[in-house]
Design a protein around this ligand. Structure first.
Ligand SMILES: Cc1ncc(COP(=O)(O)O)c(C=O)c1O
Length: 462
């Protein structure tokens, strides 16, 4: 398997960014989307998303039957989901909220897959009524489905297994550890037999599902988990003497390279690793479902934030920006696991050329750890400058944290006029933006914080 490598330059393994989005930052500043009136916003490259879907399709081109779904959790914004639906994707959802977003975005129910480890009876009932595919997370959930299922449902029904092939470098992203909360733990004593029986008792159960893990999981580990799932399907069908399992949902999880510009591993690397581990997987013996999230959108998005102040403390320079834990939650809470590339731009949106200095890039939240990068060597920042957090199109601005009642940042899609893609500063005029989500208003924050029940806790004697 060939993978591109390049040398990271910062201590945390990230490299200085290239110019891919320079014209976009400049245009965002010129159009007032970033600056005093818009201190932080997320941006998403619509052509980039389409290109990523294209790369996914190309990698699976030889597979007779495949449904690529987008894991809604990676970018749970209706216009982004609509873009992905328009690209021909299906949608993987893991909550009633995500199901609602997927339907609002226009995904047909038949192209939606419901996962999640804690589905309520009501959720299952709704999914079955709509014809959404459901992957049961446990044998207990299968028993619920027994009671709720109408034989006329068009939902494809599956069972998630945990192949227990081990974890990757980020524990919370590893779903195939021995004790993971997801799926039926395949290597536990008696589990295999119980799974075979579950299929024998339910002729309508036709799918096996596994999602081995995400960021930090090497391809070989993901491939091993998928291979164990494939082998289990073969064993079940052989034992039952029928091809009852007709499809395999192989999950998502392709890791993203946050260290530099290159897309690695690629979907082609992924298909090569799976082909090596489970040669029959792409033969058409089973229809396939995929559930990729981060690999489709992470590198197609960035966060831009204004530098509000700079200060020195204990010999250290700190830039206080508007991008902190409310929009870069993972990076702030687990900085070693989620380092981000950061770019420095002037108040006019042009890349800064001032001498480089080690600086902490801090956020607006009121806790000391709200820092997205420590001692990062960047051109010296000043009030009014803009910092850019790259590779944040997935699980960052789309899933904000309401800490300190900070508003959800605005999100804009952007497009570059034909022939001017990839051009740097000076081509800002070729960029057009579309609002994906407006900045959250103070009225909205108050409403979400119980305004309608303002007197609820005041005791009265009357
Ligand atoms: C069941 C399932 N499918 C798909 C995904 C998407 O993973 P990724 O964004 O790493 O591709 C996840 C992520 O948590 C998941 O839990």
């Amino acid at each position: 398997m060939t993978q591109t490598t390049s040398a990271p330059q910062h201590e945390d393994g990230t490299a200085p960014p290239a110019a891919r989005f320079d014209a976009i930052v400049e245009a965002a500043v010129q159009q007032g989307l970033l600056g005093e009136g818009g201190p932080v916003a997320g941006f998403i490259d619509t052509a980039g998303v389409r290109a990523s879907v294209g790369a996914l399709r190309d990698a699976f081109a030889a597979t007779p039957e495949v449904l690529h779904t987008f894991a809604a959790k990676a970018c749970s914004l209706i216009p982004v989901l609509r873009l992905l639906a328009d690209c021909g994707m299906g949608c993987e959802v893991a909550s009633p909220g995500e199901l609602r977003l997927a339907l609002e975005a226009g995904f047909p129910a038949s192209r939606v897959v419901l996962d999640s480890p804690a589905k309520t009876r009501e959720e299952i009932r709704l999914a079955l009524a709509l014809g959404v595919a459901v992957n049961a997370d446990s044998l207990g959930e299968l028993r619920r489905i027994d009671a709720l299922r109408n034989p006329s449902t068009s939902s494809v029904l599956g069972l998630r297994v945990n192949p227990q092939v081990g974890g990757g470098s980020i524990g919370p992203m590893s779903t195939a550890t021995d004790t993971s909360k997801f799926g039926v733990a395949l290597r536990d004593p008696g589990a295999r037999e119980a799974i075979v029986e579950a299929f024998r008792e339910r002729p309508w159960l036709t799918r096996l599902h596994a999602h081995v893990g995400s960021q930090g999981c090497p391809l070989e580990l993901i491939a091993a988990g998928v291979a164990r799932t494939y082998e289990l399907a073969e064993e079940i069908n052989a034992t039952l003497g029928a091809r009852q399992i007709t499809s395999l949902d192989i999950g998502g999880g392709l890791p993203v390279n946050f260290a530099d510009e290159t897309v690695r591993p690629s979907y082609a690397d992924y298909v090569a690793a799976l082909t090596a581990a489970a040669p029959g997987l792409f033969s058409g013996r089973y229809a396939l479902v995929t559930e990729f999230g981060r690999s489709l959108v992470a590198k197609n998005g960035f966060i831009g934030a204004r530098v509000e102040y700079t200060k020195d403390a204990g010999g250290r320079r700190i830039a206080l920006t508007h991008a902190g834990a409310q929009t870069a939650t993972r990076t702030v809470l687990m900085p070693d696991a989620w380092p981000l590339r950061i770019g420095a731009f002037g108040p006019d949106g042009a890349p800064k050329a001032s001498p480089v200095l080690a600086q902490d890039i801090a956020g607006p939240c009121c806790f000391a750890g709200d820092v997205v990068a420590y001692g990062r060597e960047l051109p010296e920042l000043a009030e009014g400058d803009v910092v850019v957090l790259y590779d944040t199109g997935a699980y960052y601005f789309s899933t904000p944290w309401a800490y300190n009642s900070l508003p959800r940042p605005a999100v804009y899609g952007f497009r570059v006029a034909a022939g001017q893609e990839g051009e740097g500063p000076g081509h800002a005029g070729a960029v057009t933006f579309a609002t994906v989500r407006g900045p959250q208003s103070l009225d909205s924050i108050a409403a979400e914080s119980g305004l309608a029940h303002v007197d609820a806790l005041i005791e009265r004697d009357d």
